[in-house]
Ligand binder design. Structure first.
Ligand code: MG
Length: 203
């Protein structure tokens, strides 16, 4: 795996091994159709997935309202004041996401879609070869992403879910709950587990 820029320069919550797993999944699947992620933040996962897509001239859609998840808000654990937009009175990660994709030469490959995942999912129609779920971690958001996006996975497609913690002491449960739900549906089998990343294959 050769990335166009150092991922350490991009803010985010993805371990290097997890990033490499995303790259490998996207590299395997992008020849079959576009990739999509929920939760673009500053572009760290898009750097890995987009680099794999660029090699096969496929697109990676990155969905985010860019106003930050619950845990990114002021007073919360992962608030970063450098991402605060004074005029908007809100987080804004879109400028830094865009800047990172430009530096990586991925502006033609990684297509940001700025809005709420559920609104876009309801109007989406293109089968996806690879989906990465790393959006809001409340049960409501995780379930919306599960119900809204899983029907768009093509047979043999891959789904990666981040922040899956089997032990509740390690973190919140909703990503783990939708991972369990996918396995229980008998439509998915587990393909890999890397730190808190789980990769499932659609049968
Ligand atoms: Mg995450």
């Amino acid at each position: 795996m050769k990335l166009p820029i150092n991922p350490d320069q991009v803010k985010g919550f993805l371990a290097p091994e997890e990033g490499e797993a995303l790259f490998n999944a996207a590299a395997a699947r992008a020849p079959h159709g576009p990739c999509l992620e929920i939760g673009g933040y500053c572009g760290k996962s898009a750097l890995y997935i987009g680099t794999a897509c660029a090699a096969t001239n496929e697109l990676h859609f990155s969905i985010d309202h860019h106003r930050g998840s619950e845990e990114n808000q002021p007073g919360w654990e992962y608030f970063d004041e450098t991402l605060w937009d004074e005029a908007a009175g809100a987080i804004d990660t879109l400028p830094i996401f865009r800047s990172n994709m430009r530096k990586a030469g991925l502006e033609g490959t990684v297509i940001p879609i700025v809005g709420r995942s559920i609104d876009i999912a309801q109007r989406w129609g293109t089968p996806l070869s690879f989906l990465f779920i790393d959006g809001g971690h409340t049960m409501e958001h995780a379930l919306n992403d599960y119900r809204g996006w899983m029907p768009h996975i093509m047979p043999n497609g891959l789904v990666a879910i981040h922040d899956v913690f089997p032990d509740p002491n390690d973190g919140g449960r909703p990503p783990y709950e939708i991972y369990q739900r996918a396995l229980a549906s008998d439509l998915y089998v587990e393909e890999a587990a890397i730190k808190s990343l789980r990769i499932l294959r659609r049968l």
